[in-house]
Design a protein around this ligand. Structure first.
Ligand SMILES: [Zn+2]
Length: 260
C-alpha cells in the first residue's frame, strides 16, 4: 500500500486507478509526508465538514502526484482522483503516520459481545480497473428496466461534496445516494444536480428502478472501479462466530489511535 523511505520519512502510495492530468498523462504514484500536529488539529476540527477536512489533509500531506508538485494542481488532483484512490491515499497516510496496525471495537451480531479487532492495513489489497483512463461508462440495462441505457461516472472527490449536499436534501440510504451521485445520463437525458428541483427529478427517476436494476448497476460499479478492499474478518472471542466488517476511514480512531 505504501512504500516508505525511512531516511526522509517520506512515503510513496500506489494509486489503484491514478490521477489523469489535463494533458492526459496518468499519474499512479503519490509522494506523501507524515501528518503533523497541525494536520491532526485540522482533522479534529468539528467546525469544518468532514469531507473538507479530509481534502485539506490529503492535499497538505501530498508532496507530489507523479512528478507534479505545484500546490494548486495538487489540491485539484486530490479532488479529481477517483474515490478508491483517495481511500488508498488516506490509508497510506495512516500507515506512514501511525503504523499499519489498527484496533477497533467490533460488536458481534449473534451474542452482542464487544471485542477488539486488530487489522493490519498493509495487508489490504488494492484492485486496479481494467482501463484506468476510462472514468465514464454506459451500461445497457437488463430487459424490463425503465431505461435502455444508463451512463455513470466513477465517484471522485467532487462527488464527495455532492454526496454531502444530497445527504442534506434527500432522505435516503447512503447506498442510494452513492448510486445517484454516479449518474450522468438516463437514456439520452442528462442528469443534473444543479438545483433542488433537478435533484428531486433524479430522485423520482431512480425510484422507478427495480432492485434488479440497482443490483445490476452496483455489480458494474464494483467491476469497473478501482479501489481498496477495506473488508476484514474477525472471530467473536465469546461465541466464535466469524464476522465480517469494513474499516471506515471516517471513524475518529482511524487517524487518532490513542482515542480508542
Ligand atoms: Zn459472538
Amino acid at each position: 500500500m505504501v512504500r516508505m523511505d525511512p531516511a526522509s520519512g517520506v512515503g510513496y502510495v500506489e494509486l489503484p486507478t491514478g490521477w489523469l492530468a489535463p494533458d492526459g498523462t496518468l499519474h499512479k504514484e503519490v509522494t506523501i509526508r507524515e501528518m503533523t500536529g497541525r494536520d491532526e488539529d485540522m482533522l479534529a476540527s468539528d467546525s469544518v465538514p468532514v469531507v473538507r477536512r479530509l481534502n485539506a489533509v490529503m492535499a497538505g500531506c501530498t508532496l507530489a502526484v507523479g512528478d507534479v508538485n505545484d500546490r494548486t494542481t495538487i489540491e485539484k488532483a486530490v479532488l479529481d482522483m477517483p474515490s478508491g484512490d483517495r481511500m488508498a491515499l488516506l490509508v497510506g497516510l495512516r500507515i506512514l503516520s501511525h503504523g499499519p496496525m489498527y484496533d477497533m471495537l467490533v460488536t458481534c451480531d449473534r451474542c452482542s459481545n464487544e471485542g477488539k479487532a486488530t487489522v493490519n492495513l498493509e495487508e489490504f489489497e488494492t484492485e486496479a480497473p481494467e482501463d484506468p483512463s476510462v472514468r465514464t461508462f454506459t451500461e445497457t440495462m437488463p430487459p424490463g428496466c425503465k431505461y435502455k441505457t444508463v451512463q455513470w461516472a466513477v465517484l471522485t472527490g467532487h462527488s464527495d461534496s455532492l454526496l454531502e449536499e444530497l445527504r442534506e436534501k434527500v432522505q435516503d440510504s447512503d447506498m442510494t445516494l452513492h448510486l445517484l451521485a454516479r449518474l450522468r445520463k438516463l437514456d439520452d437525458k442528462e442528469v443534473s444536480f444543479r438545483s433542488k428541483g433537478a435533484i428531486r427529478e433524479v430522485v423520482e427517476a431512480v425510484k422507478d428502478l427495480r432492485s434488479r436494476d440497482y443490483d445490476f448497476l452496483r455489480t458494474k460499479f464494483a467491476e469497473r472501479e478501482g479501489g481498496v478492499d477495506m473488508s476484514f474478518e474477525f472471530r467473536c472471542p465469546k461465541c466464535k462466530k466469524d464476522l465480517k466488517g469494513r474499516v471506515n476511514v471516517g471513524q475518529p480512531g482511524f487517524f487518532f489511535p490513542s482515542v480508542t
